[in-house]
Design a binder for this molecule. Structure first.
Ligand code: HPA
Length: 246
């Protein structure tokens, strides 16, 4: 059984150094995951990898089947998840290329399948979401970054927007007033579903751009892609350091 999963976001559709042993297509009661689960070893540790947007990066954030993805990982025996998410920086310190381990989240998404507790219930179920992320996994990521000399912001509030369009400057002002430090489109419902399935789940957010109205001009998608491809080397180093300690 493999108990650790890595979910790759935009810019991370594969793990370069993963020695792949097998792939498994899992059909779930919630439909199809974004792709086959990829099993293998990374730095001598067995892990399973899943590309959130599909291996060809074809599934937009609002169409990702988050329920199927996490259910498939549970089915495979996973109990711990490190998820990589691209974000726009709202806090002035979050410049393109920065890494953040968020500790809080605000959900602005709508009409996504966001719970496993919806029908055929013996009892109405409310999960506690005071701490949306697993403290143990956050510490592993933060301490691993420190050991590997990789700068990371050790806290921050993630604002999860619906997408696929980017935000208006006024929407970013509102998110900032709400206390968001970063904005991304995939943080929810993934974090809540992970909590429902009792995963130890944390996010490594990669700042791809300054959020709308916070940079010099309009957001340039080519620059986002270029920043993400430059930053992924550091993300992979962090993952490699972290997996030995979780
Ligand atoms: N907004 C929302 N999602 C994002 C952004 C952004 O500016 N950058 C990367 N993902």
């Amino acid at each position: 059984m493999v108990d650790l999963a890595i979910i790759g976001g935009t810019g991370l559709t594969s793990l370069k150094d993963l020695k792949i042993s097998r792939r498994e297509v899992v059909h779930t009661p919630y439909g199809e995951p974004s792709g086959a689960l990829t099993f293998g070893s990374l730095c001598d540790r067995e892990v399973v990898f899943l590309a959130r947007h599909g291996y060809g990066h074809t599934i937009p954030p609002h169409m990702v089947n988050y329920r199927a993805n996490l259910w498939a990982l549970k089915y495979a025996g996973v109990s711990r998840v490190i998820a990589v998410c691209a974000v726009g920086g709202i806090h002035p310190d979050l410049l393109p290329g920065s890494l953040v381990i968020p500790d809080q989240i605000i959900d602005y998404t709508w009409s996504r399948e966001h719970t496993y507790f919806e029908k055929d219930l013996a009892q109405v179920t409310h999960i506690d979401f005071t701490e949306p992320y697993c403290g143990k996994m956050r510490s592993v990521l933060i301490e691993s970054a420190q050991r590997a000399n990789i700068p990371v912001a050790t806290e921050g509030t993630y604002g999860a927007t619906q997408g696929p369009r980017l935000e208006s400057a006024a929407e970013i002002n509102r998110l900032e007033r709400d206390g968001c430090d970063m904005v991304g489109m995939t943080g929810m419902p993934e974090a809540a579903l992970a909590k429902e399935l009792e995963f130890c789940y944390a996010v490594c957010a990669v700042c791809a751009n300054r959020a709308a109205g916070r940079g010099a001009g309009p957001i340039d998608i080519r620059e986002i892609k270029a920043t993400l491809s430059r930053s992924m080397a550091q993300v992979c180093l962090l993952l490699e350091e972290a997996i030995g300690h979780c």
